[in-house]
Design a protein around this ligand. Structure first.
Ligand code: NAI
Ligand code: MG
Length: 503
């Protein structure tokens, strides 16, 4: 069963336009690139120019059914492969991602508009890292023994769930797929991924590459629209677990459909993450931290973006001014250009949504929205979905800009005078994904770390997901954790109890 198919060239393709065309119109099902059964396709657009760069297969329930049936068949044999051997194969397949990092970085930059140097390359390296991390964890799929006496053997074993359905978004598509596929596969499951409409190519390429090492049928991907391709995946009777990253609204729909089938779901949803800056912070490090926390290099298209920043009053004016100055120094431009810090918004829909927030903020009495950086001058980019980063001050707490996830390069900054009050304000959100605290006072840092309602609190730093640290939100930000050993055990296996009476 371990024969690997060899679908396309093994050489990395550094021309993302050529690669996008080569991957056009295909799902990856049962070890092969295949078109949609209906023959339908939809456009994949370069958001930096508005040009179509590829077509994607437009999957529907029939394609999903084929993928899930292939996965279910392959999973039976995969579950019997010793867990460390499964992990070793996933690790080996990750090697193909390592050798294709540059290719994948360019491809994802082309389809998402995320800058190559600051974002896309970082993401591709993280993907290899995540698969390698989980590849090393096969041996941890072990059970317990429970002593009831010398003539009784009570043990638990970890069994895979079967076929996992994974629905992913477009903001960090490769990494979010890896966080689901790596633990699912190592734990002995097969997986069918439904890619995001806006970013179907790099993830397809990863599945194709890894299938050169993995047995066919285990790792499948379909592209298509949410309701006509994602929903049938969730509803398919052979799908035994669903893992989703995306909006709260879609998360609720998926959760209801999973409840009908009584299958478990993991949901990684939105955020409105607070950043709390005390006057005793390391000023330089903290201003730099505000830029990374807000994910300006990803156009703020991040569920953990520090989209509410609270700064202690004595340093408020200086902090806001310095932040603006530093964002001004960031270069907006062609995502594939090494000089570019900030690329584009993903799609016309998201573009209009973010613009509407900015207009609403500007129209609010007493509020100031500072537009930072500069629109790219290059005429070839005039149809690109570029939005200048905006830093708002003077908004009131009931503003939509303060309460809702914008998912764009827009942050709101408030001064504060009192630690108790700012803690209450930070927690006054339907979301609870991440938070950061910046101070040199360890007592304050720990108090906030404990009292902030969030799945992840970082003090004096804001790093992206780190393998082996559980990641996931509370409140409307989701259910369940990803990225760690425990998350693999909890969300991709079930614990079976075996009792043997030898008396
Ligand atoms: P979305 O949640 O609608 O889409 C994410 C994925 O779900 C896509 O693959 C989509 O095709 C699929 N989907 C949509 N409807 C579905 C359904 N009925 N059944 C099954 N699958 C379905 O997010 P969208 O529309 O791309 O973005 C809207 C907002 O969601 C953003 O502005 C942002 O606020 C938030 N978002 C949050 C993300 C996160 O990382 N937590 C990622 C992307 C979006
Ligand atoms: Mg949607």
């Amino acid at each position: 069963m371990l024969d690997a198919p060899q679908p396309t060239s093994t050489e990395p393709c550094l021309d993302p336009f050529a690669l996008a065309k080569a991957l056009s119109g295909k799902h990856f099902i049962g070890g092969k690139l295949v078109p949609a059964l209906s023959g339908a396709t939809f456009a994949v657009v370069n958001p930096a120019t508005g040009e179509e760069v590829a077509r994607a297969a437009e999957g529907d329930a029939r394609d999903v059914d084929a993928a899930v049936k292939n996965a279910a068949e392959a999973q039976k044999a995969w579950a019997k492969v010793p867990a460390r051997k499964r992990g070793a194969l996933v690790y080996q397949a990750a090697g193909l991602i390592r050798t294709h990092v540059e290719e994948l970085s360019r491809l994802v930059a082309l389809e998402t508009g995320k800058a190559l140097r600051t974002e896309s390359r970082v993401e591709a390296n993280n993907v290899a890292d995540i698969f390698e991390f989980f590849g090393g964890l096969g041996g941890e799929l072990k059970g317990e023994s429970v002593p009831f006496g010398p003539e009784v053997l009570n043990i638990t074993v970890r069994e895979p769930l079967g076929v996992v359905g994974a629905i992913i978004p477009w903001n960090i598509p490769m990494m979010l797929m890896a966080l689901k596929a790596a633990p699912a596969l190592v734990a002995g499951n097969a997986i069918v991924v439904k890619s995001a409409e806006e970013a179907p190519l790099a993830v397809l390429r990863i599945v194709e590459l890894m299938n050169r090492v993995l047995p066919p049928g285990l790792f499948n991907i379909v592209s298509g629209q949410g309701p006509s391709c994602g929903a049938p995946l969730v509803e398919h009777p052979l799908v035994k677990k669903v893992t989703f990253t995306g909006s709260v609204e879609t998360g609720k729909i998926i959760s209801k459909a999973a409840a009908e089938k009584l299958i478990p779901v993991t949901l990684e949803l939105g955020g409105k993450s607070p950043m709390i800056v005390f006057a005793d912070c390391d000023f330089e490090k903290t201003v730099a931290g505000a830029l990374t926390s807000m994910r300006f290099t990803r156009q703020g298209q991040s569920c953990t973006a520090a989209s509410r920043i609270f700064v202690e009053r004595p340093i408020f004016d200086k902090f806001v001014a310095e932040m603006g100055k530093r964002v001004d120094a960031m270069v907006m431009g062609d995502p594939l250009d090494e000089k570019t810090d900030i690329g584009t918004i993903i799609s016309p829909g998201q573009f209009s949504k973010v613009k509407a927030f900015i207009e609403e903020g500007k129209a609010t009495a007493g509020a100031t929205g500072r537009a930072c950086s500069a629109m790219p001058a290059d005429a070839a980019l005039k149809k690109g979905l570029f939005i200048q980063p905006h830093i708002f001050t003077g908004l009131t707490k009931d503003s939509r800009l303060v309460r809702e996830e914008i998912f764009g390069p827009v942050t709101v900054v408030f001064p504060f005078d009192d630690a108790d009050a700012v803690l209450a304000e930070a927690n006054d959100s339907e979301y609870g994904l991440a938070a950061t605290v910046w101070t040199s006072n360890l007592k304050t840092a720990l108090r906030f770390a404990h009292e902030l309602e969030a799945g992840l609190v970082q003090v004096n730093q804001n790093l992206v997901v780190q393998p082996n640290l559980s990641y996931g939100g509370v409140k409307a930000s989701g259910l369940g954790k990803e990225a760690s050993l425990e998350s693999m055990l909890e969300h991709f296996t079930h614990k079976k109890t075996i009792m043997v009476n030898m008396a």
